[in-house]
Design a protein around this ligand. Structure first.
Ligand code: NAD
Length: 289
């Protein structure tokens, strides 16, 4: 299949390589990155023309809207715009409306699985859009990922992603503050893990990604909190969930507090570039505030 791929950064480049390895004819474009092993066009519109599917993997909704304005007029009628970036729900729906008005199919399909999942082709896609668009892109989900979940109308993929990550941010903080409390109460971290990981306080944050080094499965805590999933990316997603909550008048106080704590950590406490589980040393170092 002829595929345009716009945004060849940490995630986009390995996703494009997996498509090439599966035999697809990929034409890429990025304003900065110039990977030597991916065929490159001179502009986003050039990468998009003649493609059956154009994938975008971009930093935010504003850039996505601008790129969509460039590529939609160049795409052939009936082609599919598959956006895999994590962006605000409103941008996803605006881009989908613009595509529909030009006779194009479109999907918002943000991913989880990170750079490792992008390289290994084991991403999970959360997908919003029409069923026809989903059917058109399904073979590519199989190449770039191990799972795709159809979530309904346009924007619902982004909605699923930010709801998941709002839970993730809040549970990671709850887990880290509980370890900090356990330390001060003289409860051994291994004992705490052994109890909670098999009791009702268990979660993915504790059981699969334990923020305490040397305890539980291998995690970024065992690698001096190198990401992994960087704290600033968690902050980006929590800002998106709060923006969405405000837009629809949803009450999300835990998401709000998680966003504030990650903002403080990233912007004032040196957390940028550290894994999001580095909230544990942050809590251990602080007293009550
Ligand atoms: P990145 O910054 O490494 O890549 C983005 C790329 O887009 C860059 O190479 C940049 O030059 C390019 N770009 C910016 N503006 C452009 C334009 N107008 N035209 C063409 N290219 C342009 O970011 P990433 O880590 O690859 O993340 C991409 C998206 O995936 C983000 O929305 C992010 O939130 C999401 N995501 C990232 C991860 C992760 O672990 N990195 C995990 C899940 C989701």
């Amino acid at each position: 299949m002829r595929i345009g791929f716009i945004g060849l950064g940490n995630m986009g480049a390995p996703m494009a390589r997996n498509l090439i390895a599966a035999g697809h004819d990929v034409m890429g474009y990025d304003t900065v990155a110039r990977p030597e092993d991916i065929p490159l066009a001179d502009s986003a519109a050039d990468a998009a023309k003649d493609a059956a599917i154009v994938i975008t993997m971009l930093p935010d909704g504003k850039i996505l809207r601008a790129v969509a304005d460039d590529i939609h007029p160049a795409m052939v009628e009936g082609a599919t715009h598959l956006d895999c970036s994590t962006v605000d729900v409103d941008s996803a729906r605006t881009v989908a409306d613009g595509a529909g008005a030009r006779g194009l199919l479109s999907l918002d399909a943000p991913v989880s699985g990170g750079i490792g999942g992008a390289q290994a082709g084991t991403l999970t896609f959360m997908v919003g859009g029409t069923e026809a668009a989903y059917a058109a892109a399904a073979p590519l989900f199989d190449v770039m990922g191990q799972k795709a979940v159809y979530c309904g109308a346009s924007g619902n993929g982004q909605a699923a992603k930010i709801c998941n990550n709002m839970i993730l941010g809040a549970t990671m903080i709850a887990t880290c503050e509980a370890f900090g409390l356990a330390d001060k109460l003289g409860l051994d971290r291994q004992a705490m893990f052994d109890v909670v990981s098999t009791s009702s306080g268990y979660s993915w944050s504790l059981n699969a990604y334990c923020p305490a080094p040397g305890i539980g499965p291998q995690s970024p805590a065992d690698n001096d909190y190198k990401p992994g999933f960087a704290a600033e990316l968690m902050l980006k997603d929590l800002r998106l969930s709060q923006m969405a909550a405000e837009a629809v008048d949803a009450d999300t106080p835990m998401g709000q507090r998680a966003m504030e704590l990650y903002a403080q950590f990233v912007e004032d406490e040196g957390g940028k570039g550290r894994d999001f589980s580095a909230m544990l040393p942050r809590f251990s170092a602080k007293g009550r505030s």
